[in-house]
Write a protein that binds this ligand. Structure first.
Ligand code: SME
Length: 172
């Protein structure tokens, strides 16, 4: 049986510290990418109750010859935009720069793509394989302004490192 157990009376950093090893053990024995990313999204949603948690993966763009775009992957939450161009919105910007982006208020991020009018703040962390290739992004949305800060960035980057090593670099 797989269950996520978090001591919710702890602070945010404490919750991440409890959650990350549990996510690692959830995914390290399972080589299927879809199953792993789906469980990571579910674990984050369950632990923190975020409005939307999911992955966009770099895939072939429709109707282009060799072009790439972000395509919606496993997620938890309301239906979302399916395709996002390079450099577009928060997700496309994180893909382009290879850097995480914490958005305190989505209305103040030029070019933010509103999949839901209820989303008010956001954090996007790129999935970087072998220190080089961005293969996708982790996107988390909150229904409140100012939910995410450097603590989220730090632990979500650590989590994305674990995910990339297990799924794309086949760490066992
Ligand atoms: N807001 C994102 C789009 C994805 S949804 O939030 C799920 C963006 O600006 O890239």
């Amino acid at each position: 049986m797989h269950e996520i157990r978090i001591n919710t009376s702890g602070d945010k950093a404490g919750c991440y510290r409890e959650l990350l090893p549990q996510i690692r053990s959830l995914i390290e024995g399972e080589p299927d990418m879809t199953a792993d990313l789906a469980n990571v999204a579910a674990a984050l949603k369950e632990a923190f109750g975020f409005f939307w948690v999911g992955f966009y993966l770099v895939k072939n763009a429709v109707g282009t010859d060799g072009g790439k775009e972000l395509v919606l992957g496993p997620f938890q939450g309301p239906v979302a935009c399916t395709r996002i161009g390079y450099g577009r919105g928060v997700c496309g910007s994180a893909w382009k720069s290879g850097k995480s982006i914490v958005v305190e208020d989505v209305e103040k991020f030029p070019g933010h793509i509103a999949c839901s009018s209820l989303s008010r703040s956001e954090v996007v962390v790129p999935l970087i394989v072998r220190g080089r290739d961005v293969v996708g992004v982790l996107d988390i949305d909150s229904a409140e302004v100012g939910t995410f800060d450097e603590v989220d960035r730090q632990f979500l980057e650590e989590l994305c490192g674990i995910i990339c090593r297990i799924i794309w670099e086949c760490e066992k």
